[in-house]
Design a binder for this molecule. Structure first.
Ligand SMILES: [Zn+2]
Length: 98
């Protein structure tokens, strides 16, 4: 799929709901799995300690808190970010209610 002009909904600014209830990248249309499921499992992820991501103000001397950056495997655009404790499961996003 290369067109994202007819999305059925949005999960986040970077992730839409395409035909057949599939989560898709809004930039390139890459399939990210079922919209009702954890789309982040189908994305690339980069995890960096918050101190490295946010600078000195976020440096607690403990690298247990991380910034996760989720990327589209199709076009590498940044789809979403979240802060989390290292090793915790990713937050699950659901399509927005209309
Ligand atoms: Zn993409």
């Amino acid at each position: 799929m290369s067109s994202t002009g007819n999305l059925a909904g949005r999960i986040s600014p970077g992730v839409g709901v395409g035909s057949g209830g599939r989560a898709v990248c809004t930039a390139c249309g890459h399939d990210l799995g079922p919209a009702a499921g954890p789309w982040k499992d189908h994305a690339g992820v980069r995890e960096v300690p918050l101190a490295q991501a946010g600078g000195e103000a976020y440096d607690t001397g403990d690298d247990a808190v991380v910034l996760r950056q989720f990327h589209c495997p199709g076009c590498a655009v940044l789809l979403d970010t979240e802060t989390a404790m290292r090793g915790d499961p990713a937050l699950v996003d659901r399509p927005a209610a209309r």
